[in-house]
Structure formats: C-alpha cells, structure tokens
Design a protein around this ligand. Sequence first.
Ligand code: CA
Ligand code: CA
Length: 216
Amino acid sequence: MNPVRSGIIFAAILAACLTACLAPDAEAQWGDYCSTATTAAPVGSSPVLYNLPNGEGAPLTRARTTAGLVDATITLTLFDYGCMPVANFAASDMWLEKSVAAGTGNFTSCAGGTIADANTDAAGVTRWTNPLRAGGWSTSKTLVVINGAALSSNSGLVLRHNSADINGDRVVDLADIPLFAADYGTTALRSDLKFDGVVNISDIPLMTAAIGAVCP
Ligand SMILES: [Ca+2]
Ligand SMILES: [Ca+2]
C-alpha cells in the first residue's frame, strides 16, 4: 500500500474513533466506591412495601411498619471512579431487586417495574418514590442495581415487600386466594397486605380490589 493511501485510511480510522471512542458515555463511568444508597425509613425500622403488577400498590413514601405508615423513599447518589457526580444516568439502568437468599420470598417485577423515578440530576442523585410494578413477597434486603451490578457500598436496604400477587406470577387472580385464605389469622408477611403484623379482616379489601391486576 502506498504511503499516501495508508495515511488516508489511518486518518479515516482516527476520525471515526474520535467520534465513537471519545463520545460521552456516562453509562460506563459510574463507580462503586463513592456511590451511596439510603432509605428515608428510620434506622431500626423494617418497613413493608405493598406492590401490584399494575403499579397501583403503595408508593415508597407510604410503606408500613407495625407502627403505621413510614416513608421508605430510596435515594441513590451516583459517583464516578473519581468520586465526581454522574449526571443524567438513565433511570432505566437503575433498578431494585430482592437480595438472593433461600426461603425469603418470590418477589418478582414486570419489565422495567422497579426502575428509578428519573435520570440522575446534576448532583448524581435519583430516587425511588413511585409505586413499583411488582408482585410476590420478600423478607430479604432490597438491592439497588446499576447496569446489572448491585451497589456494594452497603449490603442492601431494609425494605420488605408483599403483594396480592402472592404466588408471584405477576397476575392477581383466583390462584392467589387460597394462599391468602391459608394465611388468614397468622403473621405471614406475604398475605399481611395492609401490614400490621397479622393477616386479618383489614387485609381483605386490598386482596379483593387487586383481582385482575397484571403488568402493563
Ligand atoms: Ca398471582
Ligand atoms: Ca394486616
């Protein structure tokens, strides 16, 4: 290849790379070291969030403990490896999952059903306040997951979950009723839909009102 031609090809490759290789790519820049996730719920409380697949469960601002309503808003502050805020990180790439532990529930979500409320702001901050689109139950910790990797600056947040979709198939229908009936009068978290520590008559309206709820 003559030097002029190879020089032209090199210049073309360089130009393409300057466009593609140096394009802003905030998605790849977040770092685990300085990023933090916190819950507004009081330290020592163990709130329960009521979810439905159709997103008509409780917002995180209205989780429950045995003492009543509690704000369990989750706040994530996303930093890069240099501990600078990562702004405008896509909400769709930040979501909640149940910590994996045997016997702690069948929590499940619809596609995109647990993503953050919004992209990160200029300070790298986003929150979860909106109702999730989810079903099943969880007594383990709630993890904040970013691009598929759980944030490791803490071991997860204390937030339990339940749903009228008790069997966790993302549909509330007659198949969930026998499970509710079996738990009636017990302290089973999965059926304590208006959470107060016991499955009783106050939980029935939530169960019946949810029949037919499915993912969007
Ligand atoms: Ca179900
Ligand atoms: Ca109850």
